[in-house]
Design a binder for this molecule. Structure first.
Ligand SMILES: Cc1cc2nc3c(=O)[nH]c(=O)nc-3n(C[C@H](O)[C@H](O)[C@H](O)COP(=O)(O)O)c2cc1C
Length: 354
């Protein structure tokens, strides 16, 4: 066990940042202890804990932890990792002084931002109306394997390289909360002016998938025939596409929504504005593909809606302002995942200009 005065060692800080829950110990003026699990955020400035309205029977200011802090600001917070493999056990304990930061203070706004960044659930709660508990570390102790063990899951780069397009799925339902988490990843994509110029339509019912397949199939058939493809080839390709749509447990249609973007008097800038929206739709799609991979799902990308946007809007009864661009399939891959396609060498993609 080692103790460091006041500031956290980078390894301790990194460990704390990764933990989703900690235990906060307070004591009243007589020293009677009290401990509760808390969601918390850490930044160099301290540790912050929101007072939300979860316990309906007690207003935040009457919570025992708050009354204790007002009587006796000495607190301790411990965050730990437990694993059956005891070589992975670890904890960080911070002792310090707690205070209540009231709404309106600069530190309060920063703490709320930090907490919402870590826990998306806080976005739907009015935590900005309540004080935030702030802890200034005075003594820090830690023990065990603070560094991330391999078992804590793949890194983002593992996901970037491991993800691959899947085109055949098992008939296995995808839990709705997993789909929500994939959509949530899309929501966090970068976008022009932060305006999120996209909408996601989620399709799971066979009848709706069928309508979609018919809507996109007609246009594709016409195009393939125009290209002079043999009738049996046209039929095979259409059947393949239809099967992909019907067999995938979940379809997510990514549509452009340009109404919130800037309007320019000249066509050139307007076109660039639209291009930025398309670029960010691609970023949203990639976020979703990576999130799906991270959640143990498989996913694929179909460009078909791009070629018959009007028919797709009609088939799904969407707002005519939406422009369908891409369809992501979600589910669990059938059989062994296909081998990842190779990529051309990096040198071929880069031009250095020092
Ligand atoms: C804009 C875009 C459109 C795509 N459209 C299709 C499609 O219509 N059908 C399909 O099977 N794959 C489609 N893909 C997937 C690519 O074929 C795939 O990403 C590529 O072959 C690399 O394979 P990987 O994703 O497994 O690494 C599309 C990908 C992108 C980025």
């Amino acid at each position: 066990m080692k103790a460091a005065p006041e500031t956290l060692h980078p390894e301790q800080a990194a460990f704390l940042v990764r933990q989703r829950v900690a235990r906060l110990a307070t004591a009243d003026a007589a020293g009677a202890p009290h401990a509760v699990p808390v969601c918390f955020a850490y930044s160099g400035g301290g540790i912050f804990i929101a007072l939300d309205d979860k316990p309906k029977d007690v207003p935040p200011a009457r919570l025992k932890r708050v009354r204790n802090i007002l009587e006796n600001p000495s607190v301790a917070l411990v965050a730990d990792r437990y694993a059956e493999d005891w070589s992975l056990l670890a904890f960080v304990m911070v002792r310090g002084r707690a205070e209540l930061v009231e709404p309106g203070a600069e530190e309060h706004a920063a703490a709320v931002r930090l907490l919402r960044g870590k826990y998306h659930q806080y976005e739907g709660m009015r935590i900005e109306d309540n004080p935030v508990i702030s802890i200034r570390p005075e003594r820090v102790a830690s023990w065990g394997a603070l560094a991330v063990p391999k078992s804590e899951g793949p890194t983002i780069l593992d996901a970037v390289r491991g993800r691959r397009s899947v085109r055949r799925y098992l008939p296995k339902v995808v839990a709705p909360d997993l789909v929500d988490r994939v959509l949530e990843a899309g929501r966090w994509a970068p976008s022009p002016h932060g305006r999120q110029p996209w909408r996601f339509a989620v399709v799971t019912m066979v009848e709706t998938k069928e309508r979609l397949a018919v809507a996109m199939g007609e246009e594709w058939r016409a195009n393939l025939e125009m290209d002079g493809q043999a009738p049996e080839v046209v039929e095979r390709r259409l059947q393949g596409s239809r099967r992909r749509l019907l067999d995938a447990p979940v379809l997510v249609l990514l549509c452009l929504y340009l109404d919130d973007l800037d309007v320019y008097p000249d066509a050139g800038r307007q076109e660039s504005e639209t291009t930025m929206a398309v670029q960010s739709l691609g970023a949203a799609a990639q976020n979703m593909l990576l999130a799906a991979y991270d959640l143990g799902l498989d996913a694929g990308w179909m460009c078909a809606p791009l070629f018959s946007p009007g028919e797709v809007v009609e088939a799904l009864g969407l707002d005519p302002m939406l422009v369908p661009h891409a369809l992501l399939t979600l589910g669990y891959a059938e059989g062994d995942p296909p081998k990842r396609r190779s990529r051309g060498p990096l040198e071929d993609l880069i031009v250095y200009r020092d």
